[in-house]
Design a binder for this molecule. Structure first.
Ligand code: FMN
Length: 311
């Protein structure tokens, strides 16, 4: 009898403690807040990891409504990092996560390097938190966020400052709104990132022709969903060719086949976002689909597939 396929992945091989996931399927930041309610409708404990909503030093109200609009095969959002702030996260959410089997990674956002460092420092030693995902790629805030993600020097500065302030594995989440993703990826790798996740949303907008004004309260927003998959896949492929740390693929994944494309393009793990809004069981479906593919194709270890299309 053959052994069960091995889906375990190491997300932070350079980190002293590492970050091993039981499988490569993660929930992307911002899709299910802090995942408390999500845990009631889907067995998310079976997933590889969960990333929570972008978290800032102080609570944030976010942008004007409307904040969501559907587009062809996609979603535009301008939530603007509405969140409860790091203190409430530590007091209310982390104690719940500490009882979970699935590792939770906190998506950290800020307007200045000091704010990123302050949030990260507060998370140090808090039970229930397995890693940091540094959001230097949010297109929906007036200050910070994406500014750090489009300039290699700034991206490196914020990464090394957070790296120095934390003993947790640090994943840096990149923006697709750049000319050359490789430049930013190499800069954050050099600055001490344990892994890179990509992509965050692509800048976009929609106009209501009857109202004669933008559909979103904040005019522009970030495009996500199946519409962005080919762009995300290409960026993962380009990044995985040049870095020597794990790459986490994200953008438009809606089925196991999509996830396998990202894995073959060099992703060690994948994050599921928008498509799970219409099917909360999607992460579990993707996990099952990857496992079935491995069985049907005689693949014993997921590592055999990671980057196989990178030639
Ligand atoms: C409503 C919404 C909120 C999001 N909030 C965050 C966030 O707080 N932090 C972050 O890094 N990314 C955030 N994202 C981006 C997603 O994590 C993901 O990178 C992006 O949507 C692409 O993946 P998808 O096409 O599978 O959704 C958000 C996306 C959406 C749709």
């Amino acid at each position: 009898m053959r052994n069960l396929p091995n889906l375990r992945v190491q997300l932070a091989p350079r980190h002293p403690k590492g970050l091993i996931l039981s499988n490569p399927v993660m929930i992307a930041a911002g899709i299910a807040g802090y995942c408390g309610e999500y845990a009631e409708i889907a067995d998310i404990q079976k997933l590889g990891a969960i990333v929570c909503k972008g978290t800032t030093l102080m609570p944030k109200e976010g942008n004007a409504q409307p904040r969501l609009v559907e587009t062809a095969s996609g979603l535009l959002n301008s939530v603007g990092l509405e969140n409860i702030g790091v203190d409430a996260l530590i007091g209310e959410k982390a104690p719940v996560w500490a009882r979970w089997r699935v590792p939770v990674i906190v998506n950290v956002a800020g307007e200045t390097i000091d704010e990123y460092v302050a949030v990260t420092s507060k998370l140090e030693g808090v039970p229930g938190i397995s890693g940091i995902e540094l959001n230097i790629s949010c297109p929906n805030v007036s200050a910070g966020g994406i500014e750090f993600g489009v300039d290699p020097k700034l991206a490196a500065r914020v990464t090394s400052a957070v790296r120095a302030a934390s003993t947790l594995p640090v994943i840096v989440k990149l923006s697709p709104n750049v000319t050359d993703i490789r430049e930013i990826a190499l800069a954050v790798e050099e600055a001490g990132a344990d892994a890179i996740s990509l992509i965050n949303t692509l800048r976009g907008m929609a106009i209501d022709i009857d109202q004669r004004k933008p559909c979103l309260g904040d005019s522009a927003g970030g495009l996500s969903g199946p519409a962005i998959k080919p762009v995300a896949l290409y960026m993962v492929f380009e990044t995985a060719r040049v870095v020597h740390i794990p790459v986490i693929g994200c953008g438009g994944i809606a089925c196991a086949e999509d996830a396998l494309e990202f894995i073959m393009a060099g992703a060690t793990a994948v994050q599921i976002g928008t498509a799970s809004l219409t099917n909360p069981q999607l992460g579990l479906n993707v996990l099952e689909g990857i496992e079935n593919f491995m069985r049907q194709n005689g693949v014993q270890n997921l590592a055999e597939l990671i980057g196989i299309a990178l030639a």
